[in-house]
Design a protein around this ligand. Structure first.
Ligand code: FES
Length: 239
């Protein structure tokens, strides 16, 4: 069986809006289709490929979707998908990838000609400001959790959900300001989490690591050297 897997790169969009786009794309596709987002949340690329394989799909075409689609992601994707394909359990699957459809003038033309509704905008002093945006919430640890594409591939969204649940279970919500971020650079050491003001970087590869991190680093404020990868300001940053 063949399938198309749409890879959507879009950080700032609600889950509901994204779902509508994914459903629309899949419904417009002839044949079997699925869609994932490459950042922030949802199923990762390797998880999605494994799910299609479990459904009996053996020929998968990856279709990047973005207007335009990120050039750096376009360069990285064949390697990320190829790593999955290199595993012995996936040897009976064939993978393809297409180019970015937004390079096609017909796509841009269709976008420009699509029917849209125009609504008036009223003058609004301080219209860009929002309630609660004047200062950061009180916190002891600022925890930056990377949900960029390479950490997303390694289940960062699930680990972020677990980290929030652990923080809640340990009743340290008021101590922790958790921020999901884009790529923080050391992708090969991902999933990446950074804690300030401790200025310590961690790799949290699985659920037990997340639980230890929450207990030791965030609740007890103690070091966790076996999961710590870098310290801000140390020479590796300059090398
Ligand atoms: S994607 Fe997470 S560090 Fe690059």
């Amino acid at each position: 069986m063949q399938a198309t897997l749409y890879l959507i790169s879009q950080s700032y969009v609600s889950g509901r809006r994204l779902r509508a786009v994914m459903d629309g794309i899949c419904a417009a596709t002839e044949g079997h289709a699925a869609a994932i987002r490459l950042e922030r949340d949802g199923m990762g690329l390797w998880q999605a490929l494994a799910a299609l394989l479990a459904e009996g799909v053996r020929d998968i075409t990856l279709r990047p979707v973005g207007l335009p689609f990120s050039q750096s992601l376009m360069t990285w994707l064949p390697g990320a998908a190829g790593e999955w394909l290199a595993r012995p359990e996936n040897a009976n699957c064939r993978l393809w990838i297409t180019d970015d459809a937004s390079q096609d003038d017909a796509v841009l033309s269709a976008l420009v000609r699509a029917p849209v509704t125009r609504v008036p905008i009223a003058p609004m002093p301080r219209g860009s400001a929002g309630k609660g945006w004047d200062a950061p919430p009180r916190h002891r640890h600022h925890v930056l959790v990377c949900t960029g594409p390479r950490c997303h591939l390694r289940d960062a969204p699930d680990l972020l959900g677990l980290l929030k649940a652990e923080i809640s279970r340990l009743r340290i919500e008021d101590d922790c300001l958790v921020t999901a971020t884009g790529c923080l650079f050391p992708c090969n050491a991902g999933p990446v989490v950074v804690v300030y003001p401790r200025a310590e970087w961690f790799r949290l590869p699985d659920a037990p690591a997340v639980r230890r991190f929450a207990e030791v680093v965030l609740r007890r404020n103690r070091p966790l050297p076996d999961l710590q990868t870098f310290t801000t300001g140390e020479p590796h940053e300059i090398a």
